[in-house]
Structures are given as C-alpha cells and as structure tokens.
Design a binder for this molecule. Structure first.
Ligand code: IMP
Length: 445
C-alpha cells in the first residue's frame, strides 16, 4: 500500500497535471482534497488535449477511480459541464467518480460576490479566478454554507435562507442585486438530482480502500505559496493546499500518507497580484512567458514570470515534507546564456534565507542570485538524465542543493513520453511496489 501526495511547490501552474497523468496508472485512485474549479490542469497525450478543472486527470485512464474530497468547493454546473465534455471525448466517468457529500457547494451568488469584491478593490485586488472560491470557503467557516449532500435535504429552503440573506446583504453593499431565492432553490433541487449518483461518504470509502491494500494518489491544486496559512497571505487562495490539507480534506489521517512528491517548475510563475521577488519585467519575463506558453488554463490571463525562487521552494519542502521533486519545464530555459536561482532575500539590508511572514517584508525583498551557465542546446524529449548537457545537469544539482530535496523526475517537454525518471530510492518510495518499471514502460523508456 502506498499513498502519495503530489502538490505544487510554488504559486500553482507547476505542471502537476502531466506528472499526475504519468504516475497515476500505478495507483488505484486519484483524490483531490481542496480548491474547486479555480484549478486547471492541461494534459496532453498523443493528439488529445484536455483542460480539467475539478475532475482529476486520472479520469482519462480507463477504470481508474477518482474522488473529490470533502475539503473541496464544487460548483455543480461546472462539474456537469466537465463530465459532459469528457463524455463527448469518449471518457466515461460513470461508477468511478465519487464526490464527497461533505464538499461545499459554490452557488452563483458566490461568483457574483467574488467578481463584485475584485471590482471594488481596484488596485488592491487579489486577482482571483472569480470562481467564487473565497466566498464559498468563507461561508463554510461561518457555518452558513451548503454542502453537496444538503442540496437534497427536505429542509433545503430553510438552510438556504440565512445563506442567501448573508450573500444578498454583501452583494447589495457593493451595489449588486440580491440573488433570486426561488430560482436558486429550483436550481439546487435540479443539481441535487443530477449529483445523487455521484455522491458518497468519501472518508469511509478512502479508508476502506486503504484497509483493502489499495493505493491512493492525492492531487493538490494551486501551490504551496497559495496556501491559506502558509502562503503569501492575503494573496492566497482560501484552502489548505499543503500536505496537511490532504488529511483534512479527505478524512484520511496524516499517518496513512506515505510520501510527498513536490512539483517544481524550473522558473517561477504567478497569476494574480501579490509579491514576487524574482519577477522579471522586461525581455526575460516576456521570453519565459512566450517560450513556456505561460497563460492561465482557467482564466486565460498571461502569467507573471521570473527566475526560480529557491527560498520559497525550500520553505515548500519544509511545510509539505517533500520527499522528492519533479522538476518541470526545464527545456524552456534551453536557449539562455545564463540562468539564475534566488538563494536568499535581502530585506532592509539584511540577508535572509527564510520566507518572511508579512507581504510588506516580502514586498521589500531583493533577490540574492546564484548564477549558472546555460546549456544552449535543445533538451526537449530527453529521457536519459546522463544525456542532458553538463550545464543542465549542474542546474538540476544546484536546485537539489538549494531546495534540499532530490529531483526524482525531470520533465523535458509537455508530452508523457518527454520525461526523465531518475533511478533511486526517492522514486521507489513514492510509488507502489514495482511501479517505477511500469511508469518507465509507459513513457517508452
Ligand atoms: P482564488 O483561488 O480564485 O480565490 O484566487 C486566489 C489566488 O490564487 C489568485 O492569485 C489566483 O490567481 C490564484 N490561483 C487560484 N487557482 C490557481 C491555479 O490553479 N493556478 C495558479 N494560481 C491560482
């Protein structure tokens, strides 16, 4: 039995979708534990190209079970749209997608409130995905929210009333109309009927599967620096994106989680506002954006780009207990003469190797760089680590040294086949017994 968490070590968009797609055949089920359709994974395989927001990319593998855990916030209409899109591409999720009754529902007024707040905040906005994520989690914490299992309740109307009253008041204060309660009640009843075959008590399901010796892959969304507690607050998402969130968000106790694979992009990107110490403004930023195709999967917004921030990545290794790293998009750097890694911050004249707690301090941080030579050759599609140019191998070694975790996987292109699996204990520990060979066979190695 192996249960492994895969999560992003930066501000999201690290390329988790590809890595989950690659290793998930080795697991019995793929489980999401936080967030909602603010996430977006792009998975490319052969000529097919999927953008998934709620459903784990494991669904693309016939027979694989997928679970949306209690820690998620789910917009029912978004889920049905995604399932319809999958069905149209010949992917049948029937009988293998299980959605927690305890996951909270995102309702249309949550999206309206998210948009109204962002518009009212002007320059101070968070830059959210406007999917209603923050308002839905806020109502959950205030004990006003509706869970997916509540939508079928005989007392739905009474449960909805205080929530609508609250959301209506918030919207009105921002000059927006109150939601239409009767229309929403009808919509909720419709969603309840469609959700019924998907809903399950997923904490029991997952723990039973573990008792039976099945292996679970927990798929994080967003990234460690967007975690509500550990991220660059308040420029964060509203859920626990870190390893501990997998316990809270599924009902699988932390002791049953065996390992953590952190996904680290070879440079840094961020969508939305908030401090970004290594951000590159001019030509280099534009170069990474263009070569790395750095445009949001969910929002279509261009991503802010910069050098790898090893101070932040080291912190992500610590708070998540990252056992090994999958390094992604290194080929984007192929043509550069030199490459930089931020190894410390200089704040008010003092050099620091820790991420400060306040955004004010982080906003004043100047990067202290370690500069490495580029390799100036095409590495796309490399499958053997030893065939990488010496300077590329040195870049990987420098990252390992600076972040404090081994790079067990190096991705050399967007396709499944374009991947280097590095032999050794780190990967063996993160995959079920014997799985390294089957993953290697799947990429043609
Ligand atoms: P929210 O999750 O929509 O509330 O947005 C809060 C912050 O998280 C914003 O900076 C978003 O751009 C960011 N964010 C949310 N989801 C993702 C994601 O999947 N990738 C990258 N950034 C994200």
């Amino acid at each position: 039995m192996t249960s492994t968490v895969v999560l992003g070590m930066q501000w999201g968009d690290e390329g988790k979708g590809k890595i989950v797609d690659l290793i998930c055949p080795a697991f019995d089920a793929v489980v999401r534990y936080q967030g909602g359709d603010n996430a977006g994974h792009t998975v490319k395989f052969g000529d097919r190209h999927f953008a998934l927001h709620l459903v784990p990319s494991g669904i693309l593998h016939p027979g694989k079970s997928c679970v949306l855990g209690n820690g998620m916030v789910v917009r029912p209409a978004a889920l049905f749209e995604e399932l319809d899109g999958l069905a149209a591409s010949g992917v049948d999720a029937g009988g293998r997608l299980f959605v927690s009754r305890r996951a909270h529902a995102i309702l249309p007024p949550h999206l309206e409130l998210d948009a109204a707040r962002e518009a009212a905040a002007g320059d101070g906005k968070i830059g959210t995905t406007v999917r209603g994520i923050g308002p839905a989690y806020e109502n959950k914490a205030a004990r006003l929210g509706l869970r997916l299992g509540d939508l079928a309740s005989a007392a739905l109307e009474e449960r909805l009333a205080p929530l609508l009253d609250h959301l209506g008041g918030e919207l009105e204060r921002l000059g927006r109309p109150r939601p239409d309660g009767a229309a929403l009640l009808d919509a909720c009843r419709g969603w309840a009927a469609s959700l019924d075959p998907l809903l399950a008590d997923t904490a029991y399901l997952l723990n039973d599967w573990l008792d039976d010796g099945r292996s679970l892959l927990f798929e994080g969304a967003q990234g460690a620096l967007l975690d509500l507690d550990h991220g660059t607050y308040p420029f964060v998402t509203s859920s626990s994106t870190t390893t501990a969130g997998a316990g809270v968000g599924t009902g699988v106790p932390p002791g049953r989680i065996d390992g953590v694979l952190g996904i680290l992009k070879a440079y840094t990107t961020r969508v939305g506002t908030g401090p970004f110490v290594t951000e590159l403004e001019e030509d280099h930023g534009e170069f990474l954006r263009r070569r790395g195709n750095e445009v949001g999967t969910t929002t279509g917004r261009p991503r802010r780009c910069g050098w790898l921030d090893a101070v932040a990545a080291r912190y992500a290794v610590m708070v998540n207990g990252v056992d090994a790293v999958a390094l992604t998009k290194m080929d984007v750097l192929d043509t550069l003469d030199e490459i930089r890694i931020c190894v410390a911050y200089r704040i008010d004249g003092e050099e620091r190797r820790q991420v400060p707690a306040t955004v004010e301090e982080l906003g004043r941080a100047e990067p202290v760089y370690r500069t490495l030579p580029g390799w100036r050759s095409d590495t796309v599609g490399t499958v053997d680590f030893d065939r990488l140019p010496a300077a590329a191998r040195s870049y990987v070694a420098a990252i390992e040294e600076e972040v404090g975790a081994p790079a067990a996987i190096v991705s050399s292109g967007p396709r499944r086949e374009e991947t280097i699996l590095r032999p050794g204990a780190a990967l063996e520990r993160l995959l079920p017994a014997g799985a390294v060979a089957s993953v290697r066979a799947a990429i043609g190695g």
